[in-house]
Design a protein around this ligand. Structure first.
Ligand code: ADP
Ligand code: 5GP
Length: 189
């Protein structure tokens, strides 16, 4: 019998470089008909290999601010100097397709979603240590030095928030990827 997830919306959060995209890619590959991705908007530049409309909707700051002011976003935040946000349509498209909607958002987004009536399950992806996070961020080869420093600095607040009781329903330490992926499945099914 195939597994049926118990939540319709699942929020994955955690420091940049903690492994959220890696875990989500595995999940979408294993369960393409069950889970769908909430494609966020961002004003940051695409990385090599990222596709507009699939990984993000890459937009200008002017466009994003206008759309936010029109009330089209569930939440939006500034992270490392760029705007990011979840549009109502991004979530609706996935839910209307009959899939469980997976959000990959930062801590500010988590706090804003908590003020809505979406009632998702919240999963925190924790790096094994700051040192390993830095190694992985550098190893990914996607960021310049300023962006790495901004991400490491944001990480400290994200770890503090995750320690607060009730902040997340599950915490997964992403040391060994295979085990972390198994833990993710326990958290979401
Ligand atoms: P995020 O989406 O949270 O920013 P990524 O999924 O891009 O993070 O992961 C950051 C980097 O760390 C990537 O290069 C990825 O291949 C690597 N990575 C992710 N999980 C692990 C792991 N468990 N062990 C080693 N490297 C990992
Ligand atoms: P990256 O630039 O590495 O793709 O993402 C940087 C941070 O922005 C990550 O913590 C990621 O979870 C977060 N992020 C991505 N999309 C959104 C979004 O729609 N809203 C919010 N609040 N954060 C997002």
């Amino acid at each position: 019998m195939s597994k049926i997830p118990t939540a319709r919306i699942i929020v994955l959060s955690g420091p940049s470089g903690s492994g959220k995209s890696t875990l989500l890619k595995r999940l979408f590959a294993e369960y393409p008909d069950t889970f769908g991705f909430s494609v966020s908007h961002t004003t940051r530049k695409p990385r090599a290999g990222e596709m507009d409309g699939k990984d993000y909707h890459f937009v200008t700051k002017e466009h994003m601010m206008e759309e936010v002011s029109k009330g089209k976003f569930i939440e939006s935040a500034t992270f490392s100097g760029n705007m990011y946000g979840t549009s109502i349509k991004a979530v609706k498209d996935v839910v209307d397709a009959g899939k469980v909607c997976m959000l990959d958002i930062d801590m500010q987004g988590v706090q804003l979603v908590k003020k809505t009536d979406l009632n998702p399950r919240y999963v925190f992806i924790q790096p094994p240590s700051l040192e390993i996070l830095e190694q992985r961020l550098r190893g990914r080869g996607s960021e310049d030095e300023g962006s790495i420093q901004a991400r490491l600095s944001a990480c400290k607040a994200e770890l503090e928030y995750a320690k607060q009781p009730g902040s997340y329903d599950f915490t997964i330490v992403n040391d060994d990827l295979n085990r972390a992926y198994e833990d993710l499945k326990v958290a979401i099914f």
